[in-house]
Design a protein around this ligand. Structure first.
Ligand code: NIG
Ligand code: FE
Length: 416
């Protein structure tokens, strides 16, 4: 059968083919093919390799669309495995307060932070939230992200958490972006309830989320002043019992037991990890938990400390990168910017940041078998950038060089 799309003459084709998730020195292996090509049949990849070899192997018919990628970098679409992209309102005043020296936690204690966005999000209708999020997704797609995880967590009551999850579900239906949905009812304690009451309500919401298949994962903000280790354990155990995959906002602002919890429960990922404990990291390694690092958040929070990426890689814990896109602690849209920060703030190599934002990021949302690399049998999620090699990504991380975005074999963004 003739192929539907051929991308040929790529200056550099980065496949990330082979083992996943990548750990330790494997993270340097990104599968570089000079003068590469990718053949696509409908939604999937037929084959990838040197241009002359691919052309010999596949059937090209008059119906085959061809993209000449001379001088360009071709790689898997980025996967952003941690965002809070559905919300209303903005928090620029808090940004200014932080510049004046107030900490994130101090602002939260005064009723700002997450609670501030909860107030605005509760007031917004489903249609308003959908429209706001759609604009954000359009831009993120233009930056080359083809799959994104989105968390609820700005509703904090039954009606509003379900509203957010329905918006996420609808976005997945109407937008080319593929979305993994996470229930983060345990993002904060709402103003109107005690923590014990709210934990009961969270359990009720988990039952509904599971019954209606409204989310794949359950996340908890395990942090001093928010949910303790024991409270987070109780919530995540309950979620596990209802067949949800587990994620943790772990050790973001202090060593709060998050990495330990993720390791103990065998969560799919532990995210942030600016202050992980040694025991937590050992358990994460043992259970194969992916470490999702969010350097844009540390930067926005003016943190003096950053996630110990080198240590995690040396320990052979698989590392992924994400934006954490949210109105309070990071409004970076493009994974390319995060790649630059991964190198500059976390000490990662350019190749490690590519692995972290594609195949390892796919593993952090349970999609490593289907997306995140360019090889036969995988979904055709591919981007074409106007740069000659992958090193330009971190070197020139504030520019968007994406010229084509291909999602499930279809060109969904084209700027040429
Ligand atoms: O990942 N830490 C909790 N959640 C977000 C921040 C959300 C917010 O401030 O609105 C984070 O940093
Ligand atoms: Fe987050």
């Amino acid at each position: 059968m003739g192929i539907s799309l051929l991308v040929k003459n790529c200056s550099e084709l980065i496949t990330l083919a082979g083992k996943h998730p990548r750990k330790g020195v494997e993270m340097e292996n990104i599968g570089i093919i000079k003068d590469g090509a990718v053949a696509i049949l409908n939604e999937g990849i037929e084959c990838a390799g040197k241009t002359d070899e691919v052309i010999k192997k596949v059937e090209i018919t008059p119906k085959t669309k061809t993209i000449d990628a001379t001088g360009k970098l071709v790689m898997p679409g980025f996967v952003d495995p941690h965002t809070h992209l559905v919300f209303a309102g903005t928090r620029e005043t808090e940004f200014e307060l932080r510049l004046k020296g107030l900490s994130y936690e101090e602002i939260a204690k005064r009723g700002g932070g997450i609670k501030n966005t909860v107030r605005a999000t509760r007031e917004a209708s489903e249609q308003e939230l959908l429209a706001l999020a759609k604009i954000r997704l359009d831009r993120i797609l233009e930056w080359g992200t083809t799959t994104v995880e989105i968390k609820s967590g700005y509703g904090l009551d039954f009606e509003n958490e379900m509203k957010l999850l329905r918006v996420i579900h609808e976005l997945n239906r109407i937008h080319p972006m593929e979305i993994a949905s996470t229930f983060l009812g345990a993002h904060e304690v709402p103003e109107e309830q005690s923590k014990a009451e709210y934990i009961n309500l969270i359990k009720g919401m988990i039952v509904e989320v599971s019954k209606m298949s409204l989310a794949e994962f359950c996340d908890v903000f395990c942090e001093r002043g928010v949910f303790s280790y024991d409270e987070s354990l109780e919530i995540l155990k309950f979620a596990k019992g209802h067949k949800l995959g587990l994620k943790v906002h772990a050790d973001e602002l202090s060593t709060s037991g998050g990495s330990l919890l993720a390791g103990k429960l065998g969560a799919i990922s532990a995210d942030h990890l600016v202050y992980p404990s040694p025991e937590g990291l050992q358990l994460m390694k043992k259970r194969g938990v992916v470490a999702v690092l969010l350097p844009g958040t540390s930067l926005t929070l003016k943190s003096k400390n950053f996630a110990p990426a080198r240590k995690l890689i040396d320990m052979e814990i698989p590392v992924a990168l994400a934006t954490d896109f949210n109105p309070g602690t990071c409004l970076i849209e493009g994974m390319v910017v995060i790649i630059g920060l991964g190198c500059l703030l976390l000490g990662m190599t350019p190749a490690e940041t590519i692995t972290s934002s594609t195949i390892n990021a796919a593993c952090a949302i349970g999609r490593g078998d289907r997306i995140g690399s360019i090889e036969k049998g995988k979904q055709a999620d591919i981007i074409i950038l106007n740069i000659p090699n992958y090193k330009h990504l971190s070197y020139r991380f504030t520019t968007n060089f994406v010229r084509y975005v291909i999602k499930k074999g279809k060109v969904v963004v084209s700027t040429e």
